[in-house]
Design a protein. Structure first.
Length: 94
């Protein structure tokens, strides 16, 4: 189990390796989603994103940001995929 203070960047490769059932495109999309979320955490929270940041308030703030900072189509598809990816990472961390 990883604690809430574990940086998300440290977990990406472990998470991907454990998910050997994923196709290459899904792995690429997960990496993009995690990079986008951790980058947002660094800009908005002023620190590295952690497992503890995958909680409703922070994820909702991130998704709201996505909706206003990218096109509507990208926000819709990216939000669903990004939230799904974050929830899978959280399950992996637990």
């Amino acid at each position: 189990m990883r604690g809430p203070e574990t940086p998300l960047g440290w977990m990406v490769d472990s998470f991907i390796v454990q998910r050997s059932d994923l196709c290459e495109a899904t792995v690429r999309n997960y990496r993009v989603a995690l990079k986008a979320f951790t980058g947002w955490c660094e800009r908005e929270l002023g620190r590295v994103g952690t497992v503890g940041d995958i909680e409703p308030g922070t994820v909702e703030a991130y998704l709201r940001h996505r909706k206003v900072s990218v096109s509507a189509e990208t926000a819709l598809t990216g939000s669903r995929g990004g939230a799904s990816c974050l929830m899978r990472v959280l399950a992996f961390a637990s």
